[in-house]
Design a protein around this ligand. Structure first.
Ligand SMILES: Cc1cc2nc3c(=O)[nH]c(=O)nc-3n(C[C@H](O)[C@H](O)[C@H](O)COP(=O)(O)OP(=O)(O)OC[C@H]3O[C@@H](n4cnc5c(N)ncnc54)[C@H](O)[C@@H]3O)c2cc1C
Length: 469
């Protein structure tokens, strides 16, 4: 019997047949994430239903020295959940139980395969609120969200996933089960191992359960769509909103091109009458009715002083939804209608306008045929820089030029002391560019941490950094 068949037989002793998939469709389906740049080639898909089954599979893979790719909703955009070298995919999709919502502690405990939207709904059902939100909420899973330290539109008020993770249960690459911080709000007993797993992209072990913190739901909120006279108005508008409005919870920027594309391709009603070089969607929570009037008056003031060129402020939940739809649909719309090279970078907030000007200048002078579309969570310095293929270019030519242009873009990011991956992680896509954001000393320490949790290097090898030094 081949080495692989021996492992397969051992796995079949742990998992019933329907939880072990070897057919080509399943291998292709589970073998890749949303990025689709890499060809999937896993050897097997396993769908454990219990923590004990996960642990048994990891221990077997250790014995047989076979690599594992943890798999969540596969909405990742960096190839982190992609298996390209005969790895075993371990999908958490059957571990989707909400274990407890604790109203006293204001926490929710769930298995890793629960989708984000389920957590949000379970919190609301108990009169509480899970604030981290983004448009893959219906498919991405809590384990994947934690493994990528996902952010989204409300990071400026609530932080990214890291700020909401209280405790984790993990199976390390060595096959040990660790309970990291339980449900303690205070615990100063040495290194916080929980935090190492947040953003680890499946390279240290498998997150099997999580305890997340909940908060009070906003009483109501208002959203405003602002047309800006120029990119230079973005930061003064952010400061103005934070000074004048209660609880700003989202501040999203869209350049003119991506904004117009969403309106046109999705046949949406354009809430603004005129066109503008940039658009901001702002959300703020409204503690009382009196605040609502103040918000309207503040936007009137912003218009009169020329800070904004036009504005629509939501007067109903439907109108608020209409405004946020434009932002929610932008990524998907561009992906559907263009061959697109995505970059997800961050720079210090105060550097956003100068970075954007320099970015467009660099791209226009070096790659005059490129079309660039930028949008992002500008309230936290995170910009999605998308390069779109034009019809006159071949695919091969386009991808080769994008790879070359990445060095120019990341060089610029580095000069602004930014990050080459703000929220999508490193995965395979950004692996070769890690040194633009992390020093050799930092990368050496990260490798050392991986070796402690995953001594045989079976957990998602080749992601974040290559397997060879
Ligand atoms: C339309 C769209 C919009 C998006 N918007 C945002 C956004 O605003 N903000 C943002 O941050 N991201 C966004 N993303 C990216 C993506 O949704 C997030 O990275 C998300 O957190 C990934 O979760 P997932 O369950 O799909 O993980 P996957 O894609 O399955 O996996 C991601 C990584 O985590 C690892 N992993 C998965 N589950 C586990 C586990 N249980 N234990 C250990 N490792 C695990 C995988 O191996 C992989 O490295 C968006 C994606 C799409 C398609």
């Amino acid at each position: 019997m081949s080495h692989f068949n021996i492992l397969l037989s051992a796995i079949r002793l742990i998992l019933p047949d329907h939880l072990v998939l070897t057919d080509p469709q399943s291998l292709t389906f589970y073998g890749k994430d949303w990025l689709k740049d890499f060809t999937p080639a896993p050897s097997l898909v396993v769908l454990p239903e219990t923590v004990e089954q996960v642990q048994a599979v990891v221990r077997l893979c250790n014995q047989h020295n076979v690599a594992i790719v943890p798999s969540g909703g596969r909405t990742g955009l960096s190839g982190g959940a992609t298996a390209t070298q005969g790895e075993i995919i371990l999908s958490l999709e059957r571990m989707r139980r909400i274990i407890e919502v604790n109203r006293v502690e204001r926490t929710i405990r769930c298995q890793a395969g629960v989708v984000l939207e389920q957590v949000q709904a379970a919190a609301i059902a108990e009169g509480l609120y899970f604030p981290v939100d983004f448009s893959s909420r219906g498919t991405s899973q809590i384990g994947g969200n934690i493994a990528t330290n996902a952010g989204g539109i409300r990071v400026i008020k609530y932080g990214n996933f890291r700020q909401s993770v209280l405790g984790l249960t993990v199976i390390t690459g060595a096959g040990d089960r660790l309970e990291l911080n339980g449900s303690l709000f205070k615990n100063n007993t040495g290194y916080d191992l929980r935090n190492l797993f947040i953003g680890s992209e499946g390279t240290l072990g498998i997150i099997v359960e999580a305890t997340l913190t909940l908060t009070t739901p906003p009483r109501d909120y208002v959203r405003a769509l602002c047309g800006l006279p120029s990119l230079d108005s973005v930061l003064p508008l952010l400061t103005f909103c934070r000074d004048k409005l209660p609880n700003v919870s989202a501040f999203e920027l869209m350049e003119e091109f991506p904004y117009q594309e969403v309106i046109k391709r999705r046949c949406l009603r354009n809430p603004l009458q005129s066109t503008h070089p940039a658009y901001v969607i702002m959300e703020c929570e409204v503690p009382s009715e009196a605040n609502r009037q103040e918000i309207f008056e503040s936007f009137g003031e912003a218009y009169e002083t020329g800070l904004i060129g036009d504005v629509v402020v939501s007067e109903s939940a439907a109108q608020a939804q209409e405004i946020m739809n434009i932002r929610d649909l932008v990524s998907e719309t561009l992906s559907q209608h263009y061959t697109l090279h995505k970059n997800d970078i961050s720079v210090p907030i105060s550097a956003v306008p100068s970075f954007l000007k320099e970015l467009h200048r660099t791209i226009t002078s070096t790659y005059p045929t490129f079309r660039v579309a930028v949008f992002g969570h500008v309230g936290d310095g995170n910009l999605h820089v998308n390069v779109l293929k034009t019809d006159d270019r071949s695919d091969a030519d386009f991808w080769a030029q994008c790879h070359e242009a990445d060095h120019a873009i990341f060089g610029l990011v580095q000069s602004f002391r930014g990050s080459v991956s703000a929220e999508h992680g490193v995965g395979l896509l950004k692996r070769d560019f890690l040194s633009y954001s992390r020093s050799p000393e930092e990368i050496h320490i990260m490798r050392g941490i991986k070796a402690v949790f995953d001594p045989r290097g079976i957990m998602n090898p080749g992601k974040i950094f290559s397997t060879s030094e």
